[in-house]
Write a protein that binds this ligand. Structure first.
Ligand SMILES: Cc1ncc(COP(=O)(O)O)c(C=O)c1O
Length: 410
């Protein structure tokens, strides 16, 4: 597939969109999503059977799902609701993989009814599943005991993590398979997000290859999960896909040869595919000078954009209404009734009340983590396809806040 270089959306276009749709506003550039998808496909083009499953928790807008489905992507899901969204978006059930954590067997039974691939991450559920559905092959999520990921909240493959079945528990897995007759169709790991050091993928790969050799069933796939780091600033590091591919491809091919079977290689990127496609536009309500700080207070908060408060994530913030203004220092905050900082002590071109700020890398884990805290409406979302803008989610209204409330007589 031919790669295109996609330039960021120009600030004049962003201002136009903020005038047309109002703020706060999420905007997604579909051409950037396509660029990332093709980049990943090309990086691993030497693998005969490669599947890319979009981890839709990053952004579940139905139109993003449909767009990736049309590109040829599969879907990685973690809840039965994500599975249903995937089916509504048009994914074939066998192109959806359901990797839940700490859900009930009831939810997993629903996934069986939908006919999607299932990837189990604990022994209790594996045993129960085998008793109910011994003829429905499953994947198993392995915990490789690897510390990886940008911060502790997104490091999920280490020894104390709640995810996966320890790679030391393979004898127990084998016992369950023998006792229930259940078959394993694939093995999976996901060690974390924002992984800049490719060594953790390689270490994990070795463990999965060893487990595949040891299991009684011939597996169809090995899923290396995701965690590809994208740049959040101009000179920020990112996962070196080409370097990773050089190592993985060679090791994977030699594994397939020794294994005697052409196994499918799966990745399930979320952030890599959609993060950089997203822009979050907010309006500056107030400039407030205190004894130590100049605050720019905007018409949004961590209810819409949680990553800075939850992960200490750094997102670039630009004043697109005054791009040539004098550079000054601001702390950019939201309107929520708690500390609500989007950017601490940032050098930004002079911010005035009424300006529009643009927050970058807003395509992944932004809208999908939003809430109605402080009874605020969630923002609208716009998608750009072939240069045209489409409203893909309406701004909420009071009706949305009251939708499921049952008012009782008092
Ligand atoms: C099982 C699984 N796969 C894939 C992903 C996607 O990770 P990323 O967004 O870093 O690509 C996640 C993220 O939490 C995950 O839990």
């Amino acid at each position: 597939m031919k790669e295109k270089i996609i330039y960021p959306i120009h600030r004049n276009k962003l201002i136009q969109l903020s005038n047309k749709y109002g703020t706060p506003l999420y905007i997604y550039d579909s051409s950037k999503i396509e660029e990332q998808y093709i980049k990943m496909k090309n990086a691993f083009s030497c693998i005969n059977n490669l599947i890319i499953n979009y981890a839709c928790k990053a952004n579940t807008n139905l139109n993003i799902l449909k767009f990736l489905q049309k590109l040829g992507s599969g879907l990685d899901t973690v809840s039965i609701q994500e599975v249903e969204l995937g089916l509504i978006a048009g994914f074939h059930p066998k192109k959806i993989i359901f990797t839940p954590n700490c859900v009930s067997i009831k939810e997993i039974k629903k996934a069986v009814d939908f006919g999607v691939r299932i990837n189990l991450d604990n022994l209790s559920i594996l045993e129960q599943f085998g008793e109910y559905f011994s003829d429905y092959s499953v994947g198993i999520r392995i915990n490789p005991h690897i510390m990886a990921g940008g911060n502790s909240k997104i490091s999920v493959g280490h020894i104390d993590s709640k995810f996966g079945i320890s790679h030391y528990q393979i004898p127990h897995i084998k016992r369950i398979l023998k006792n229930t007759g259940l078959k394993i169709e694939g093995i999976h790991m996901h060690t974390g997000s924002d992984i800049s050091d490719i060594k953790s993928f390689l270490e994990g790969a070795k463990i999965l290859f060893r487990i595949a050799m040891d299991l009684p069933d011939i597996i169809d796939y090995i899923d290396f999960g995701s965690g590809f780091k994208v740049p959040y600033t101009k000179n920020d590091i990112k996962t070196d896909l080409v370097c990773l591919s050089n190592y993985i491809t060679e090791k994977f091919k030699s594994f397939c040869k020794d294994y005697g079977n052409e196994v499918t290689l799966i990745f399930e990127p979320g952030k890599f595919l959609v993060s950089e496609s997203g822009y979050f536009l907010v309006h500056v309500n107030v400039i407030k000078h205190t004894t130590s700080t100049v605050f720019a207070g905007v018409d949004s908060g961590f209810n819409h954009f949680l990553r800075p408060m939850f992960y200490d994530a750094y997102h670039c913030i630009e004043n697109i209404s005054n791009p040539n203004g004098r550079l000054r220092f601001y702390t950019i905050v939201g309107y929520i009734c708690e500390s609500d900082t989007f950017g601490l002590n940032r050098k930004v071109t002079e911010i005035r009340e009424g300006d529009i700020l643009c927050i970058k890398n807003a395509g992944a884990y932004c809208f999908s983590m939003s809430s109605n805290y402080n009874s605020r409406y969630r923002p609208s979302e716009v998608m750009i396809i072939n240069g045209k803008d489409f409203l893909i989610r309406k701004r909420e209204t009071m009706q949305d806040l009251l939708r499921n409330v049952i008012e009782i007589k008092m």
